[in-house]
Design a protein around this ligand. Sequence first.
Ligand code: SF4
Length: 363
Amino acid sequence: MAHALRNFYDLTRSDLLALAVRWGFSPVHAARLWSYVYPGGLENWSEMTELPARFRMKAEGELHFGRLPVATGRQSTDGFTHKYLLSLADDRRIETVLMRYTGRVTACISSQAGCAMGCVFCATGQMGFVRHLTPGEIVAQAIHVDTILRTRDGAGALARPTGRSPHDRHERLRNIVLMGMGEPLHNYDSVMTAVDILCDPAGLALGGRKITLSTVGVVPGIVRLADEARTVNLAVSLHGATQEERAALVPVAKKWPLDDLMDACRYYIRKRERRIFYEWTLIEGKNDSEENARAVGRLLQGQFAQVNLIPLNPTAGFSGVPAGRETARRFQQVLAEHGLPSTVRQRRGIDIAAGCGQLATAR
Ligand code: SF4
């Protein structure tokens, strides 16, 4: 029986160097191979002409490049958002979103197929958990978006809010949010390996500060993140400022209550000396009142924090309605009175169900 090839994208640079040594080759060859792929973008072995033939043959016999084929791609009517349904090797599907904002492109990447957390307003939560993604499947989503940017393959018509010429061929992916399908801290090891690969200074060299990881409040993961040295941004989905209100929207709050979550967040801020971004989905009549805003203000007062308000995006399984612009503005005012900076998230890709909480696939 032929042995299974390993996915190159699962490997960190030090994994690859160790593998080369195990095969009886110099790590120098592995370092050269790494630079062909990251940031060179090469996957064709025959083009890696500086690799010794014996090493190249060995690597080709052991490794493959686990790209994720596009099952479907859709573009929003404003042209700023592309959503890709990508196929995994076992025929599962995940979604990845490319979003253009003024002066930057952000990839919204999935960490799991489906999600076990069951947030009531989220289409991914409504579909349930399918499986964790491997590091390579997470990295491959970033490579997919980066390739589109570099080659304009399929994104030539993608609109630009302002600025650069559509003929500028040197754009690369610099911003990633792990806010696609799945709870990243429920798949901690794979996500962090992927982050290490993406941030490797001898590769894509993404800045940790350009990667934002969004959790619904997996307390042990937040504590672990605080204890480790990565510089990724942390976003915590709050949605309710009392245990009862939060647990009604985010069932995982029953496992990790609000008090424990706040302890973990304060620990993270202290230990990492980093701000936390709190996400608050604004649902009309549910959590969008001035009293709700005051409760958030009291809860977070004194923390090094920012609140990102996200007017609810529609999903088939939840009947809530997004709060209006004026309500969001009043909510912001109250937060400001408590010394809390806030933003209202630009709504993007709603017409193609690419907004926050809208990603889902048939299993
Ligand atoms: S909001 Fe995030 S954590 Fe909650 S169900 Fe959706 S994907 Fe999972």
